[in-house]
Ligand binder design. Structure first.
Ligand SMILES: [Fe+2]
Length: 218
């Protein structure tokens, strides 16, 4: 009988104390709805020659209405998806401890994105908002992943070898493969990037930023 506890038998002694919340959920599996959303994002591109021109310089082979029409939540065409995104956003915000009543959660920007072969998005974060995310209206198992960088990465000044495996305490990156109907939400401060799209099937998404602000400030 030893007077000391045996740490080898207590794998539950380590606690995740500063976790980063990433929300991954299904928004709808309604094929018709998602196909209609694809058509609406394509129509957005067709009606936005100015945005298409900007994207040639800023977004390589892809299209995003971020630069030209980033308030699509106010378009009647996107009202339904905007409301559904907000529903998920409220749940997510409440999980993080925010009240979403006063001030309420609002979409402050919303834009369509079409990633075609060769398109990618470098490491960035979304400024001036609380929650960011994407709803994938068309994606498949080869669509490019969105990847998140550990916000502690810049502080990790000592990385000795000998890791026996990746754990939630050692992972530097976390990736999500988009699927049609999937919504992904993350804190706006979290740096992320989108890998290069490798196939010819467009990856179509509606991306957005949300914040807790008064109605009159929208
Ligand atoms: Fe982003």
């Amino acid at each position: 009988m030893t007077r000391f506890v045996t740490p080898e038998n207590n794998k539950k002694a380590v606690f995740p104390v500063f976790p980063v919340p990433i929300y991954i959920n299904r928004l709808t599996d309604d094929k018709e709805f998602n196909q209609d959303m694809v058509r609406k994002v394509e129509a957005l591109r067709e009606s936005d020659p100015e945005g298409v021109e900007i994207c040639k310089k800023e977004y390589r082979t892809g299209y995003t209405s971020f630069f030209s029409r980033n308030q699509i939540q106010k378009d009647l065409e996107f009202a339904e998806i905007a409301e559904q995104v907000l529903r998920h956003g409220r749940c997510y915000a409440q999980t993080m401890g925010f009240s979403t009543e006063d001030p309420p959660l609002h979409l402050i920007t919303m834009f369509g994105t079409i990633n075609v072969k060769g398109c990618y998005h470098e490491l960035h974060r979304h400024r001036n908002s609380l929650i960011s995310g994407s709803y994938y209206v068309s994606a498949n198992k080869t669509s490019s992943r969105i990847s998140f960088l550990d916000p502690k990465a810049g502080f990790r000044m000592h990385e000795p070898g000998g890791h026996t495996g990746q754990t939630i305490f050692s992972n530097l990156e976390f990736s999500v493969r988009p699927q049609t109907g999937l919504i992904v939400l993350f804190p706006s401060y979290l740096e992320h990037w989108v890998e290069m799209q490798q196939n010819d099937i467009p990856r179509v998404a509606i991306t957005f930023n949300m914040d807790l602000i008064r109605d009159e400030d929208c």
